[in-house]
Design a protein around this ligand. Structure first.
Ligand code: MN
Length: 497
């Protein structure tokens, strides 16, 4: 029933090409082959813990992305994502062969580095790095999700303590971020893959409940779908697709916990999805269903008029079908469907020249990022007693070009100026935050876009700045410059007299 992504056994480049063929240009297929050959050669002789040749891992990550019909540049970068970290081949080599944009995505992944799990600081540090990487280029996260998903698929090859940590991190950090980015497919896959490593007993129990539910539903569901299609045709409502979907295991588990394991209170263990051409068709289809079957009170949800916070749009209704069985319908357009499955990736378009988004987009993205950060931090359970303040006390701010700088909380424009370049700090004469002129001792906030106004005739930093700057780097640079301004030591001794 579900179109669960399964990696073919003995996966090879032709499997990837077959998938990519369904939606990328022919010339881009050659690019995929080139990237594969490049990575294959670089990883030659390397093996994974599973005993397979290493290339199977990046190839699998790329395959998952192709299954989701994600744009070709991301697939190309995914194929080479471990090359600079694990082989002799460098980022410069990649840039020479595949261009700046691809190299910059891979640089992002490499910066994230291999998670090495050395205590709490390391964990938090990784989290911080992840947000920086995401702020710089959200495509890096998309590759990271594919990378992580395949690592979870092959987690059995790892020692138990590592299994638990990777699974927990996927559940607590990666899945919520994927969810916030509207990438339901990645969220669902990572959760279901991590679940058995976190709580094997409850995983088993949930699976049993779902299997029982499916047994009851399967035959009837087909009949209900046939009936629904007939009625839509009669009413002359065009539709693209009608299909069944099973509730994901982990999301079923969460619901079971909320309902104290009362599986009879779960109405959407299976659901029927109807995909239609337009929003008007969606409402029309809802009307047809309600004329045919009585809706359950309080179960009609209009997420088209009022989308969920992560942007999810659909109409949901639960109806009493033949024999009093309840079935949930999810009604949406093709665009809504793609967006629900693939989120930001579904419309991650670059313009012709490959130019990145403008400043305004950066501001809204930065705000979004701050929300995601808070949400993830609020949901962390095992990390609570850990040194969260280290992470919480960091903010991400942006240059007008969209480069991200991370600073401690309450940092000032002076800290920002010195973080960019010593000269920018020394010549700093004013600052604009989000296009507003502000004083140089203002505390910056997460997501601010900062423009430093420099004056090349300025002699140097003001000693007062030392009282307000927060970063060690800025302090040191200001002191050094102030000392230089005071002139050589011998001159000072003369003037003292
Ligand atoms: Mn990898």
């Amino acid at each position: 029933m579900n179109n669960e992504i399964v990696i073919p056994s003995n996966l090879n480049i032709e499997d990837l090409i077959t998938e990519a063929k369904t939606y990328v240009k022919k010339s881009d297929l050659d690019l995929i082959r080139l990237a594969f050959d490049f990575a294959d050669k670089a990883h030659e002789g390397q093996k994974r813990k599973t005993g397979e040749p290493y290339i199977i891992h990046p190839l699998s990550a790329a395959y998952i992305l192709a299954k989701m019909k994600i744009e070709v540049t991301i697939i190309v970068a995914a194929l080479m994502h471990d090359v600079p970290e694990d082989t002799e081949v460098t980022l410069e080599d990649i840039e020479k062969n595949f261009g700046k944009d691809t190299a910059s995505m891979i640089r992002g992944i490499t910066k994230l580095g291999k998670l090495k799990y050395r205590g709490v600081e390391r964990y938090i540090e990784n989290l911080r790095k992840m947000f920086v990487a995401m702020a710089e280029d959200v495509r890096v996260m998309i590759i990271k999700f594919a990378d992580r998903t395949h690592n979870l698929m092959t987690l059995d090859a790892q020692p138990p303590n590592k299994q638990y940590r990777i699974a927990l991190e996927s559940l607590e950090i990666y899945a919520p971020i994927a969810n916030r980015l509207g990438m339901g497919e990645f969220k669902g896959m990572m959760e279901d893959l991590a679940f058995p490593y976190i709580n094997p007993k409850e995983f088993k129990k949930t699976k049993e409940i779902r299997n029982k539910g499916l047994e009851v539903a399967s035959g009837e569901l087909d009949n209900i779908m046939i009936k629904a299609k007939e009625e839509l045709k009669k009413a002359r409502i065009p539709f693209n697709d009608v299909h069944g979907r099973e509730k994901r295991l982990y999301s079923l588990y969460q619901k079971l916990l909320r309902k104290e394991w009362g599986s009879d209170k779960i109405y959407d263990m299976v659901a029927i999805r109807i995909i239609l051409p337009s929003i008007a068709d969606c409402y029309a289809a809802l009307g047809v269903l309600h004329k045919l079957w009585k809706p359950l009170k309080g179960r009609i949800k209009d997420y088209i008029a009022q989308p969920k916070p992560n942007g999810y749009k659909s109409l949901h209704t639960t109806v009493f079908c033949e024999g009093g069985k309840t079935v949930e319908f999810q009604i949406r357009t093709k665009d809504m469907h793609d967006e629900a499955e693939y989120g930001v990736a579904a419309h991650w378009h670059y313009d012709e020249k490959g130019v990145r988004s403008n400043v305004n987009k950066h501001i809204s993205w930065a705000k979004e990022l701050a929300n995601i950060q808070n949400e993830v931090l609020n949901n962390l359970s095992d990390l609570e007693e850990m040194k969260l303040d280290f992470f919480q006390s960091r903010i991400f701010v942006f240059t007008p070009q969209g480069d991200v700088i991370d600073l401690p909380e309450n940092a000032t424009p002076i800290d920002f100026a010195y973080a960019i370049h010593t000269d920018v700090g020394n010549k700093c004469n004013g600052a604009k935050v989000n296009d507003q002129l502000i004083s140089l001792d203002t505390s910056l906030k997460n997501g601010d876009v900062i423009e430093i106004i420099t004056d090349k005739n300025r002699k140097g930093p003001s000693p007062d700045w030392l009282k307000t700057v927060k970063t060690h780097g800025a302090k040191t640079k200001i002191r050094t410059e102030l000392n230089k301004m005071k002139g050589p030591v011998w001159l000072k001794t003369i003037f003292k007299k």
